[in-house]
Design a protein around this ligand. Structure first.
Ligand code: NAD
Ligand code: UGA
Length: 483
């Protein structure tokens, strides 16, 4: 990569360079959700970014602007920065490390079987780069890592180089999948964890455009930065777990979680986000990070009991909600159930730890056949789920089904043609485990509608579905249609 000092570039995504117009040479190790998004955004801000990933196939695809993950807006941004020469995908680290000012590590940190995190990818990345760094370069850990990791990596790199000239800083990432670019460009805060003043100063320079825009910056030690990331994810997951429990209570008390969550969330000290009930949180982050938080607490003698309970409750919830499908729809061996939504949330193709991965096998073990549809995640699900029949559209999936379970809040599902869906099915039970449909509309279309944290509705009889007064169908009759 040619040297590129003092290039001024406005940055189409809106970060802009800092006021001195400094363009840094940046290397991104790991080109997944975080590495690719961060690298692309920094390239768009005028820096020269070289992304490297050990997955050679991924690198080959990316060089042709073929984006292996679904992330709204990412393809356009990669294409623009690639063609502008700001972004490169390197097949070898030797091509880009010699000139690099800042090297981000954004590789995976999966769970180990004991719940703690597996740091082997991060350590391998540090070993890979250690000898090739230019003196004074800064290594920045973007991956989510447990407290003390940056300090360990500094020692590891110093051992390989026989010199401690390389600083290791922490810059945890708070982006959400599906909103990655927007979250990166408009962060609530930037956290800079540095144990050496020079490392902190370099990161402040890099993030100066954010600082100039008034984004709060927390400059602290590496250990604190590492703890901030875990505590933030644990707290957000706790909010989700809490509202799921409150939803269960609403059902038993004859309440409705909608107004309850609204009334609670309007308290500014609580806030209204992350108060939507669902089938249990999933994804590549909350489940793994809460497990790691628990494991760290145990290891360091400061047990995190709230989060321990949360982890357990969240996994139980997925199983209980699967059993509820069998029970409430009266499913029997040989029936077919249809899952709409396989990704752990909308706007991503990521199925890691999604509710579908736990719930589908529960139904299959009870002898129920499973069909599924997802606008983006079917390819990723195929390798993780056995014996599922995939369909190109929700209606095709629902053909002959005894029950439909809506698991992901995709826009496409919010505007389902309920009349068409009802006609395709043999049964009538619709489980809306994201509370995205209108209960009355579902009942009017002949569904027995089951959602979270509010009363289930029986189907409105056809003769009266136009709105005339009439008694409700005998639920027993409705249940008979299921078998
Ligand atoms: P990912 O699995 O999508 O990507 C990681 C990439 O690293 C993979 O492409 C893998 O091939 C590559 N890799 C592994 N070892 C490598 C090595 N030695 N050299 C080069 N490349 C290597 O993971 P992700 O979702 O981007 O997450 C990365 C880290 O960021 C994790 O620690 C995660 O917890 C954290 N994080 C993720 C998100 C998110 O929304 N996904 C948000 C914030 C933080
Ligand atoms: C989460 C955090 O929101 C990010 O700030 C963080 O950077 C990221 O983890 C990470 O550390 O990797 P993400 O996993 O993309 O981001 O997804 P979220 O939008 O947080 O949702 C997580 C899970 O909680 C999903 O299964 C979602 O459906 C569920 N959820 C979320 C609810 O059930 N209800 C809500 O109100 C909110």
């Amino acid at each position: 990569m040619p040297p590129s000092r003092n290039i001024l570039c406005s940055g189409r995504l809106g970060v802009g360079t800092n006021h001195k117009g400094i363009s840094m040479q940046i290397v991104m190790i790991g080109a997944g959700y975080v590495g690719l998004t961060t690298g692309t955004c920094l390239a768009d801000a005028g820096h020269r970014v070289c992304c490297y990933d050990i997955d050679a196939d991924r690198m080959a695809r990316l060089s042709k602007c073929d984006i292996p993950i679904y992330q709204p807006g990412l393809e356009e941004a990669v294409s623009r920065t690639l063609h502008a020469g700001q972004l490169q995908f390197a097949s070898s680290l030797d091509d880009c490390l010699a000139d690099a000012d800042i090297i981000f590590i954004a590789v995976g940190t999966p769970s180990r079987s004991d719940g703690d995190i597996d740091l082997s990818q991060v350590q391998a990345a540090a070993r890979q780069i250690a000898a090739k760094l230019k003196p004074g370069a800064l290594v920045v850990v973007k991956s989510t890592v447990t407290a003390g990791t940056c300090r360990q990596l500094k020692k590891l790199i110093a051992t390989v180089r026989r010199s401690s000239d390389i600083s290791v800083a922490s810059n945890p990432e708070f982006l959400r999948e599906g909103a990655a670019i927007d979250d990166f460009m408009n962060p609530d805060r930037v956290v800079i964890g540095a144990d050496e003043p020079r490392a902190g100063a370099m990161l402040k320079t890099l993030f100066e455009p954010f600082i100039n825009r008034g984004v709060p910056v927390v400059c602290t030690s590496t250990v604190n930065a590492e703890l901030i990331k875990y505590a933030a994810n644990a707290f957000l997951a706790l909010k989700v777990g809490f509202i799921n429990d409150v939803a269960d209570l609403c059902e038993q008390a004859g309440g409705d979680i909608g107004p309850v969550a609204q009334g609670v969330g309007l308290d500014k000290r609580i806030g209204s986000s992350f108060l939507s009930p669902g089938p249990g949180f999933g994804g590549s982050c909350f489940p793994k990070d809460t497990r790691a938080f628990v494991a760290t607490g145990r290891r360091l003698g400061a047990p995190q009991r709230l989060i321990e309970t949360l982890v357990k409750r969240n996994e139980e919830r997925k199983i209980l909600l699967a059993r509820r499908v069998i029970g409430e729809a009266g499913l029997r061996r040989g029936n077919t159930a249809v899952f709409l939504g396989l990704s752990f949330k909308a706007e991503t193709d990521d199925v890691r730890d999604s509710a579908a991965l736990t719930m589908i096998p529960v139904l299959q073990r009870a002898g129920i056949s499973v069909k599924a549809h997802d606008p983006r995640a079917m390819n990723n699900a195929r390798s993780l789920l056995d014996d599922v029949e995939y369909a190109d559209c929700p209606y095709e999936a629902a053909r002959g089904a005894a029950a439909v379970i809506l698991l992901t809040e995709w826009e496409q599902y919010k505007s389902l043609d309920l009349a068409k869906l009802a006609k395709c099915m043999s049964g009538i039970t619709l489980f809306d485990y994201r509370n995205v449909l209108m209960p009355e509309a579902a009942a009017q279309h002949g569904f027995r509608y089951v959602s979270l944290g509010r009363a289930s509705l029986p189907p409105v009889p056809k003769a009266t579905a136009g709105g005339t007064s009439a008694s409700l169908w005998d639920e027993g009759m409705a249940a008979n249609r299921n078998v």
